[in-house]
Design a protein around this ligand. Structure first.
Ligand code: NAP
Length: 222
């Protein structure tokens, strides 16, 4: 049975990833930040663990709990949007909190679990079209855009550093999706975005390492 570790799995895209992978027969290891928020993931068939991805001690505890468990996919999904991001009003602590969650945490999780990757050997990180420098035509949203651009660079470097170990590192864009983060006006339902990203993950090979894929399968420019 293939195994996937999914962060930020109590709601939104993370929970939908849990539902679809569990329904497909995968062993799903799901992390939640609040121990009381794991019921939906657990009801969907996941084994639930507590982890705040910005806290190194919490990642260490998660790593100890999962010692020796082989993982096909590490899926860095947990993320925050942040606030006060307009030019002239950027909050420094808020900016750094977004960077820490969206760019640094996926790297630290990869460092913790790289030795347990087997089978598909994929490190997938949920990025955003808003992190594409090439696609930025409207500006603003400094923290979120910068954090996802930084995540994309982390993915590219991991692809190069880990190629010798046969590990595929890639970034995924879910589109604009109706979750707490995406809001009610987003055009896509979580099930569509997740089905698309799962199709990408099912198809990729080591040759795709270091790439950025939209949920519809298109490769995106950095
Ligand atoms: N929705 C969209 O349109 C969209 C578009 C592009 C990219 N994305 C990306 O997709 C991913 C999931 O987004 P979403 O729409 O599902 O957002 P969401 O509904 O706001 O859910 C975010 C998830 O991340 C978790 N999380 C946040 N900070 C964490 C931390 N420090 N440690 C552990 N977990 C943490 C949250 O846990 P709590 O419940 O404890 O807060 C929650 O489970 C994010 O990386 C986001 O940037 C989303």
């Amino acid at each position: 049975m293939p195994t996937i570790l999914i962060t930020g799995a109590n709601r939104g895209l993370g929970l939908e990833f849990v539902r679809q992978y569990a329904a497909d027969g995968w062993r799903v290891l799901a992390t939640v930040r609040d121990p009381l928020s794991g019921k939906a993931a657990s009801d969907a068939g996941a084994e639930v663990y507590v982890a705040d991805v910005t806290d190194p001690a919490s990642i260490q505890r998660l790593h100890s709990s999962l010692a020796g468990v082989p993982l096909d996919i590490l899926l860095n999904n947990a993320g925050i949007y942040g606030k006060d991001q307009a030019f002239g009003a950027v909050d420094p602590d808020g900016f750094l909190a977004v960077m820490r969650t969206n760019a640094l945490a996926p790297l630290k999780l990869a460092e913790a679990f790289v030795g347990q990757l087997t089978g598909r050997k994929i490190i997938a990180s949920v990025s955003s079209l808003m992190g594409s420098i090439a696609e930025n035509s409207s500006g603003g949203f400094y923290a979120y855009r910068a954090s996802k651009a930084a995540l994309n660079m982390v993915v590219k470097s991991m692809a190069l550093d880990l190629a010798g170990e046969g590990i595929t590192a890639l970034a995924l864009s879910p589109g604009w999706v109706r979750t707490d983060m995406g809001g009610p006006n987003a055009p896509q339902e979580p099930h569509e975005a997740i089905a698309g990203m799962r199709a990408v993950l099912a198809k990729v090979t080591l040759n795709d390492s270091g790439k950025f894929f939209h949920f519809d399968g298109r490769e995106l420019p950095w």
